[in-house]
Design a protein around this ligand. Structure first.
Ligand code: PMP
Length: 354
């Protein structure tokens, strides 16, 4: 750190992204990407857009917003796109939290929420998950601040039902509820239809997981038009050209390629269920996941040892050395072949060590 960094940022502990290894022979199950390439239509659209890179990208993201709005049956004025859903979440913190409006989120959830709270000088009010790692929606009733709820939650993969979300929306007419649906396409229920009935709801989604475009960096939010206008105010005060021309084109084409999307998400769900069954047979505890990852405890060896041993066997998963979850590892769902490698390595590790 230099002596020039302002005091307010000197205490920030930045988010640590999962490793992006140079060694491409490793089985990469650590950052919840899609194991499948982008839709061929997305690749074609991005290549065509490359020819226009001398010009700025469309700041309104018109075609992409149209594709998203059409897919979810909302108006374009109900949608904003961002440079990954991380940027959309950052806009939400800036627009709907401040020194007087705290951010409420779980003790075990997406690690970026607490980084954003620090970055934007917002008080973080932590609501612990229950012992079984589920979210207690009643604890978010009448909160007097803005709630950030990942549904499915990360890294647990566990979901809230739409009835539970509706309960907390009704009890918070004067508070914004942000539902982060990064993983919703793998078995959760989207709250997007509720944005038509609740003026306090923002639903955030991403193209990084089920739509196979993590490297394109595109996320979006759906909400009533006034809330979207608030978020756009932040965007246009910060970076009007926040989504590049190639990612915009790729994302619009990928949203329209419903067949490819359905095929891949169904395969991820199938492979997830197969993996859970096999790990449970080996004595693991696996939380009930509706995401493209599972949160698993080996029971026979420690979480840290299992993580290390997998790495020695060429498999990278994610380990969080944090209270309550340090006996678990988070395993992204890869292809059938990748998961077979994980299962074989796990069998070998347990035979060697137990
Ligand atoms: N929300 C959750 C819960 C996540 O796990 C992630 C991925 N790290 C994001 C949002 C951000 O994803 P992206 O910026 O790639 O859209």
């Amino acid at each position: 750190m230099s002596k020039f960094l302002t005091e307010k940022y000197s205490f920030i502990k930045p988010y640590t992204p999962g490793e992006q290894p140079k060694d491409k022979t490793l089985v990469k199950l650590n950052t919840n990407e899609s194991p499948f390439p982008p839709s061929p239509k997305a690749i074609e659209a991005a290549a065509k857009a490359a020819q226009t890179l001398n010009l700025y990208s469309d700041p309104e993201n018109t075609d992409l917003i149209d594709a998203i709005a059409e897919n979810y049956g909302v108006a374009p004025s109900n949608v904003i796109a961002g440079n990954g859903s991380d940027e959309i979440l950052a806009f939400c913190f800036q627009a709907f939290c401040d020194e007087k409006i705290p951010a409420f989120f779980a003790d075990v959830t997406y690690g970026f929420y607490k980084v954003f709270a620090k970055l934007y000088g917002v008080e973080a009010k932590i609501i612990p998950l229950k012992d079984d790692f589920s979210i207690c929606p009643e604890e978010y009733y009448n909160i007097g601040g803005t709630a950030f709820i990942a549904n499915p939650n990360a890294p647990t993969g566990m979901t809230l039902s739409l009835e539970q979300i509706e309960g907390l929306l009704k009890s918070n007419p004067d508070n914004i509820i942000v539902i982060d649906e990064a993983y919703v396409d793998f078995g959760g229920e989207s709250a997007i239809p509720l944005t038509k009935c609740y003026e306090n709801l923002i639903v955030v989604q991403t193209f990084s997981k089920s739509r196979g475009l993590a490297g394109g960096r595109i996320g979006f939010a759906v909400a009533n038009a006034e809330l979207i206008a608030d978020l756009k105010k932040i965007k246009y005060s910060y970076n009007p050209y926040n989504v590049g021309a190639m990612p915009q084109a790729a994302a619009a084409a990928s949203m329209r390629d419903k067949e490819y999307f359905e095929k891949n998400r169904a395969e991820v769900i199938r492979v997830r269920e197969m993996t859970v069954t096999e790990l449970e047979k080996m004595g693991f505890t696996v939380l009930p996941s509706k995401a493209n990852f599972i949160f698993a405890r080996a029971n026979k060896i420690s979480g840290a040892d299992y993580f290390k041993a997998l790495r020695e066997n060429g498999i990278i998963v994610r380990y969080f050395d944090a209270p309550r979850i340090n006996e678990f590892v988070r395993i992204s769902i890869g292809t059938q072949e990748q998961m077979q490698k994980l299962l074989s390595a796990t069998k070998k590790i347990l035979e060697e060590r137990v």
